[in-house]
Design a protein around this ligand. Structure first.
Ligand SMILES: [Zn+2]
Length: 362
């Protein structure tokens, strides 16, 4: 179930990143191609430093092209953020037992937010909560998006200014002067993704709060050391999650608001490109050894601290987090291409073998 949720959220995340940055990315790469082609026509040789009237005309044209790059479209990203919020509410309610149309869990990007809300009410979700979902995007998300927009515009302006200031340069140096324009589209993508993950989790939190349930941290399968250390944990009484980082050096990752202040970690993401999500704990009792939060904690520590803590009962159901163990035990590379150290793989294998022997008596 968790994996299905992740796929639906991932679609929204990718769609948001696309609408946030694709126009700019395409335009920037077209400018880059123009630069290379034009340099060839005007100067022929790539390596040599150029200056003089022809070079000045070239940089003036380039500067104009940079200033003419399309402005980021935050409205389209906001719509995706809104859908993510609704998807989170839907997923949250599904986890607490409400039946929702399964079809649009798999294709949330094709269904308007209005339609989702109507379906939700039809599925019997209390009106008050539908109204809550309708609020959709909170202030901090709006200000984060507008921060991303103005930062991207600043970076484009910085590139234009650096090109303007070139009196003489090689092709390589011209490209370097444009680097901040390229980083602008990466920034827009990262911002859009972070906003979608945050809104998804705000939605899950809203659903949990509505039924008086608690939430716990579900680290993504390939989570960083900090996020993994929060796996299966509950927030403190103040609603804020704490990350120990398994002895990681340096400060825990955190996000800043538009004013540059630290945002308390109430929902994922903990950082850019974080795809963690909240899980819902409905029971009044604390989680037992076979419950998901406990298993997530064990799996995370198996990955970073102690392979002997791996839960290997025959009844163990695979979850995205348990795939992590499979990953460590069967492959030397994670799906993002990070290398899992050989001794970790070997220890995980030994633990698995020993536990199977213990269970089966063979
Ligand atoms: Zn994370």
């Amino acid at each position: 179930m968790v994996a299905q949720h992740d796929a639906a959220a991932l679609l929204l995340e990718l769609a948001a990143a696309y609408v946030a940055a694709s126009a700019l990315t395409t335009a920037v790469s077209s400018v880059l191609r123009w630069v290379t082609a034009q340099w060839g026509v005007l100067f022929g040789v790539v390596q040599t430093r150029q200056s003089g009237p022809v070079f000045d005309r070239f940089t003036r044209q380039l500067e104009q092209k940079l200033r003419g790059l399309p402005a980021p479209d935050t409205a389209a990203v906001l719509e995706h953020a809104r859908r993510a919020r609704v998807l989170g509410v839907v997923q949250g309610f599904r986890e607490t037992g409400v039946q929702v149309p399964a079809a649009w869990l798999t294709h949330p990007e094709r269904i308007s937010a209005e339609r989702m809300l109507a379906d939700l009410e039809h599925a019997g979700v209390p009106h008050q909560v539908v109204v809550e979902a309708r609020k959709a995007v909170d202030r901090s998300t709006r200000s984060r998006l507008s921060w991303g927009r103005s930062e991207a515009l600043d970076r484009i302006e910085r590139a234009a200014k650096q090109v303007h200031d070139l009196d003489e340069a090689t092709l390589h140096q011209v490209m370097e002067a444009m680097a901040s324009a390229q980083s602008a589209s990466r920034l827009l993508e990262a911002t859009a993704k972070a906003v979608v993950v945050k809104q998804l989790n705000e939605g899950i939190l809203a659903a949990a709060t509505a039924v008086g349930a608690r939430v716990f941290w579900v680290a993504e399968a390939d989570a960083c050391r900090w996020c993994a250390s929060a796996a299966g944990t509950f927030p403190g009484p103040d609603g804020v999650f704490r990350m120990r980082g398994f002895g990681a050096r340096g400060p825990a990752p955190y996000r800043l608001n538009a004013a540059g202040e630290k945002i308390p970690l109430r929902v994922p993401p903990a950082h850019n490109h974080c795809r963690c999500r909240l899980g819902i704990w409905r029971a009044r009792r604390p989680p037992g050894p076979d419950d998901l939060p406990t298993r997530l904690r064990h799996e995370a520590s198996a990955r970073f601290l102690n392979p002997n803590a791996v839960p290997t009962e025959p009844a163990f159901q695979p979850t995205p987090a348990s795939q992590l163990l499979t990953l460590v035990a069967t492959r030397s590379r994670s799906r993002r291409g990070r290398t899992v150290p050989g001794h970790v793989v070997e220890r995980a294998r030994r633990t698995l073998r020993a536990s199977i022997r213990r269970r089966t008596g063979r």
